[in-house]
Write a protein that binds this ligand. Structure first.
Ligand code: SF4
Ligand code: SF4
Length: 425
């Protein structure tokens, strides 16, 4: 593998500390991923990317920056990639998914903040993630309180644009978000030096819609009630890397994988034995390399067939209407699509509950596991309502609260094992 140390040094990274992360990641990946059997051949692409996760894509981004392109770092599925792509910018997801970055984050944030927020700040301020060093600008958003306040700290270290996200979904809120997208577009024009036109935005809408369609095709194959053509663990990796990858290549690779999975359905090639219990996982996002719950669930006699979260269906469900021909109409169409995401930051958020129930039926699941990252208040407060609704619909549910450490792994294994066993009764 190429020695990336010169590149990381140029990025001003803390090489010694970063080497510690590089030392543990391959083992973690090997334990979780390479131990699986009969994986689709198409996963070779994502294996290759993750084997050099701080090398391949960062090197590509730096090459593009040399040509004058700008890189925007984001933390939330409400940020419309289309606007950046239309101005010839590049988007990369930045959410931190490793405990490795949490202690650095805790130097600047209270301990009782969700690990995703602490890890994200820790990765930037600790200089231990190349993506955080490369970005020309970060795009924050007013979603949960922890993130909002974290952005204030991060903004002292890196250029930041914050998008105001309404927390209700009335027509007036959607119109307000359309205005906010227009303001974001102005910012992107300034940073990239490129003018946004309706033609360019139409092309970008098409690119991002195509990515959504490709990812949805992979998920579609997971609905088959008899054959499970891909593990949830593998599907999660595809989703996590979708946040970092070039959207056209992401669509191409996902379509290739979907071709293979559709053939697997014809040939009845399953990665789990017949009768394996099918689980829908809902709740907070699973940023790379957070594979903890997937690994525990899929080595406890169950298979995850759907993720209803931001590293799952929320990322690709609903296309942007591409019929508008003016920027104003396109901003409205973008706002309408993005405001359909059912995040717990919204009130009310009844649509998420209905969506989980519908997905549970569509994916023929035996049970739902609702996972909450520790200290995520919004999703935690919503959990009892979701639990009641699922029980009423006759769908068993298990609520889990966890973080990025392995301290609770055995306890989780026991609880999940008991839940799966109960599903068999
Ligand atoms: S859970 Fe909510 S705040 Fe977090 S990424 Fe998803 S939409 Fe954004
Ligand atoms: S998991 Fe919850 S607390 Fe953490 S960033 Fe997302 S919405 Fe905020």
């Amino acid at each position: 593998m190429v020695d990336r140390h010169p590149m990381w040094k140029d990025l001003g990274m803390d090489l010694e500390t970063h080497d510690q992360l590089c030392a543990v990641l391959p083992t973690a990946f090997g334990d979780v991923y390479l131990s699986q059997e009969n994986r689709p051949e198409g996963m070779a692409f994502w294996d290759m990317v993750v084997a050099d996760v701080h090398g391949i894509r960062p090197a590509e981004l730096i090459e593009e920056q040399k040509k004058g392109r700008k890189v925007f770092g984001t933390f939330c599925t409400y940020v419309p990639d289309e606007v950046v792509v239309a101005c010839d910018g590049i988007v990369t997801g930045l959410c931190g998914g490793s405990q490795f970055w949490v202690p650095e984050g805790e130097k600047h944030l209270p301990a009782d903040v969700c690990p995703l927020i602490k890890a994200s700040l820790g990765a930037r301020l600790g200089k231990t993630c190349p993506f955080f060093r490369i970005v020309d600008q970060i795009v924050g958003e007013t979603t949960c309180d922890g993130k909002k306040k974290m952005y204030e700290i991060m903004a002292k270290d890196v250029p930041m644009h914050i998008m105001e996200l309404p927390h209700m979904k009335r027509d007036v809120d959607v119109a307000r978000f359309a205005q906010e997208i227009a303001l974001f577009a102005k910012n992107v024009e300034e940073v990239t030096g490129n003018e946004l036109t309706a033609e360019k935005l139409a092309e970008a809408i098409d690119i991002i819609n195509n990515r959504r369609k490709a990812l949805a095709r992979v998920y579609e194959t997971r609905k088959d009630p008899d054959t499970i053509p891909i593990s949830g663990t593998d599907a999660l990796l595809m989703m996590q890397i979708a946040f970092f990858d070039d959207p056209v290549r992401c669509a191409e690779m996902a379509n290739k994988l979907a071709d293979e999975l559709e053939q697997r359905l014809v040939d009845k090639v399953s990665v789990f034995p017949a009768g394996t219990k099918r689980i829908l996982l809902t709740g907070t996002p699973l940023a790379i390399p957070n594979w903890k719950l997937h690994h525990i669930i899929e080595t406890s006699g169950a298979a995850i067939v759907c993720e209803e979260n931001c590293t799952g269906t929320k990322f690709f469900t609903n296309l942007v209407d591409d019929s508008a021909t003016t920027l104003e109409g396109q901003f409205q169409a973008l706002a309408e699509r993005y405001m359909k995401i059912n995040c717990a930051c919204f009130t009310p958020n009844e649509a998420r509950i209905q969506e989980v129930i519908q997905l549970a039926k569509d994916y023929h699941v035996d049970g739902v596991i609702n996972q909450n990252l520790k200290f995520c208040t919004t999703f935690k407060v919503e959990a009892p309502a979701l639990e009641d609704a699922l029980e009423e619909a006759g769908i068993p549910v298990l609520n889990i609260e966890t973080d990025y450490t392995d301290n609770d792994a055995e306890q989780l294994r026991t609880r999940i094992g008991a839940f799966v066993e109960m599903l068999g009764e």
